[in-house]
Design a protein around this ligand. Structure first.
Ligand SMILES: Nc1ncnc2c1ncn2[C@@H]1O[C@H](COP(=O)(O)OP(=O)(O)OP(=O)(O)O)[C@@H](O)[C@H]1O
Length: 447
């Protein structure tokens, strides 16, 4: 965000300070409001969102909670956590200024101030903020999940409902749909939010690493165990353990996990000691629930354990206007990151995005927009500024179905020819096609 777009509020009981700061900042910012009485703060901040509040620390007020400035600082942060607060403090109050930084202030200015220092401080606060424009669905604590479609609203509602409980959650959804963000949002909205959130990509662990990563080990448990190491279960104690790619673990690993979840204890490698664990478990997979129900691959009793409630992340192509909203969000994000823009988009730009099936979902959209921003030469983006990577463009469902049908046909032909010991006439008859048709297929499949 730029200084010229910023809205600033100054609160000081000294009218001279209000006049001086108004004059100084007026020509630099979009709006400047001044207020003499901090007791009016709640009404002012509830009515309008300010980007920065400049607040006096030394009111001659009646609030009897130590310093009155700190009291009002806390009030502002409570009403509008995203607003930066710059404190004005007297020369001898450095201790207090430092304390207020710890309480959430962003900066302080010492009286009598230098005008450049004030401008510099406000500019710095504003520069770190995102440009206005994209509506961000600020849900679930600090986790930003952008979206406004009915599908994503259902997800928000479910997160809000289940987060405060200790229920084990299974998040399902294609790659890049935001499962990680949901896991984080559940944690941030739970009573465990001030405790650790530990993520382990269990699908990527070999069987030896699975044990040592999750359960930890004692010095000497194996050749490389030079010292005791806590596993992820212990690291997450009191908090949330997020096991990603849970659908990819072996039956043996599933059995180990199930035992831990049943007993709520772990035994580090090389130890006989049972260590109690207190975790909330969140798992995620990109497999469909029907695929997880295949008992030869996944234990039913484990599914019941990890899936008290499931949350299905919809694919981006089923999320209506979210493509537009997310595009604007990523455009702002990358314009800021690469110091370019602000960008506008031609209709053709969004039309092209809306037509794309996004097999890689939000992650793919994110990369596509980032590429467009990096490559952009003008501030108005057109369809030509978009290029979809071949890596993300997996075949669509129709192509996949065709491929599957071809494989079935080829295997059937091979089986029948084998059964008829290579006799083409007999095989064609059994397959219900002419000899010529069978030869054409043998040719097609290079048999
Ligand atoms: N609704 C959203 N709002 C903002 N960013 C999002 C949203 N959904 C996904 N993203 C971003 O897209 C990327 C992929 O999201 P995430 O890693 O959560 O997906 P995932 O479903 O866990 O993927 P995978 O299955 O591949 O692990 C991340 O950079 C994430 O920040």
């Amino acid at each position: 965000m730029q200084l010229k777009d910023a809205k600033i509020l100054v609160i000081d009981d000294d009218p001279d300070v209000l006049i001086a700061l108004r004059l100084l900042l007026k020509s630099h910012v979009a709006e400047i409001a001044v207020e003499k009485k901090p007791s009016n703060l709640s009404a002012i901040i509830s009515a309008k969102k300010f980007d920065v509040v400049i607040l006096d620390m030394n009111f001659n007020g009646l609030v009897n909670t130590g310093n009155e400035g700190i009291f009002w600082l806390n009030k502002i942060k409570e009403l509008s956590p995203e607003t930066d607060v710059i404190l004005i403090t007297a020369y001898g109050d450095i201790e207090l200024a430092i304390r207020s930084l710890k309480e959430g202030a962003s900066d302080f200015i010492i009286k009598p101030w230098q005008n450049e220092k004030v401008i510099e401080s406000v500019t710095e606060m504003v520069r770190k903020k995102k440009k206005p424009g994209a509506q961000i669905k600020q849900k679930a604590g600090d986790t930003r999940i952008v979206g406004e479609s009915e599908e994503i609203k259902n997800v928000f509602a479910k997160i809000e409902k289940v987060a405060p409980t200790d229920a084990n959650i299974l998040i399902l959804g294609e790659n890049g749909t935001g499962k990680d963000l949901v896991a984080r949002a559940i944690h941030d909205n739970s009573r465990r939010k001030n405790k650790p959130f530990v993520k382990v990509d269990v699908g990527a662990l070999t069987s030896t690493l699975f044990e040592s990563e999750l359960f930890g080990y004692k010095k000497g448990a194996f050749t490389d165990a030079r010292e005791d190491r806590k596993g992820r279960f212990e690291a997450a104690n009191g908090g949330t353990l997020f096991l990603d790619e849970i659908g990819n673990i072996s039956l043996r690993q599933q059995a180990r996990l199930l035992t831990v979840l049943q007993n709520r204890t772990i035994t580090p490698l090389g130890s006989n000691e049972l260590v109690p664990i207190d975790i909330r478990l969140v798992c995620a997979t990109n497999l469909k629930i029907s695929e997880l129900s295949d008992e030869s691959k996944f234990r039913k009793d484990l599914i019941y354990r990890i899936n008290t409630v499931d949350i299905l992340m919809p694919p981006l192509r089923a999320r209506g206007t979210d493509i537009t909203l997310l595009t604007r969000y990523f455009l702002d994000l990358y314009a800021e990151k690469y110091g370019k823009g602000p960008f506008k988009t031609e209709k053709s730009f969004l039309e092209k995005l809306k037509k794309h099936p996004f097999p890689g979902n939000v992650r793919e959209l994110q990369y596509v927009v980032e590429r467009a921003v990096i490559m952009a030469e003008k501030s108005v983006l057109k369809d030509q500024d978009l290029s979809f990577s071949a890596i993300e463009s997996v075949p669509d469902q129709q192509e996949m179905d065709d491929l599957r049908l071809e494989t079935v046909e080829k295997n059937t032909i091979l089986k029948v020819i084998d059964k008829n010991k290579g006799n083409i006439s007999k095989s064609a008859k059994e397959l219900g096609i002419t000899r010529a048709a069978l030869y054409r297929r043998l040719d097609k499949y290079d048999l």
